[in-house]
Design a protein around this ligand. Structure first.
Ligand code: COA
Length: 166
């Protein structure tokens, strides 16, 4: 992917299984700061995702279609290698609560050890999304709870189409 050499491309990685309004909020806010944001959907069979990578990517694309400088890609392997392949040096992560901090801190240090030229930027979530997670959304749906306001319409439609989520 080519980019004007003065432009800054940031990568927002995650499982996005499925993308939630919390993720969208982070991507949208990053897109106001960086010239281009790549939402990078992890291909990870070990995590046994509820949705295939194609489905996760499609839902993210639909959810973020209105943001002209946000693109969605899938990736496997080491995140830092993927970031380098995109000519980027920036990782975006959302922070919901102190409970995220330990995991995120460890991951940021690990990535820093692997690639000292790549920086992790944290964006603190909006309070209304601080309780939100992809698993919570799937659980609520399984028990017939209302997930509107937690995920975009394209995700609701996809979940309804599948009729069931793992
Ligand atoms: N709003 C809502 N939910 C959020 C959120 C936000 N702002 N931020 C995180 N979450 C939730 C996700 O929904 C997910 O919930 P779930 O566990 O219920 O599904 C959870 O937080 C964490 O998911 P995610 O942010 O997608 O991270 P991850 O741990 O699945 O993936 C990667 C993290 C992809 C960045 C990491 O695994 C990776 O880089 N993998 C590549 C291999 C590699 O390079 N490893 C070395 C680095 S340590």
């Amino acid at each position: 992917m080519s980019l004007n050499k003065n432009n800054i491309r940031a990568v927002y990685p995650g499982s996005f299984d499925p993308i939630t309004n919390g993720h969208i909020c982070i991507a949208q806010r990053a897109a106001k700061i960086f010239d281009e944001v790549i939402v990078a959907v992890l291909i990870n069979a070990q995590k046994n995702p509820s949705f295939s990578v194609e489905e996760r990517q499609k839902m993210a694309e639909e959810a973020l279609a209105d943001f002209h400088n946000v693109r969605v890609c899938a990736f496997s392997g080491l995140l830092v290698n993927f970031i380098r392949s995109l000519d980027s040096r920036i990782i975006i992560r959302g922070l919901r609560a102190m409970s995220d901090f330990e995991y995120e801190f460890q991951m940021a240090l690990m990535n820093r050890q692997l690639a000292p030229d790549i920086e992790t930027f944290f964006i603190v979530t909006e309070p209304q999304y601080s309780y939100l997670s992809s698993s919570a959304v799937k659980d609520i749906f399984k028990f017939n709870g209302d997930i509107s306001g937690m995920v975009p319409e394209c995700v609701i439609n996809r979940i309804l189409l599948e009729g069931n989520v793992k």
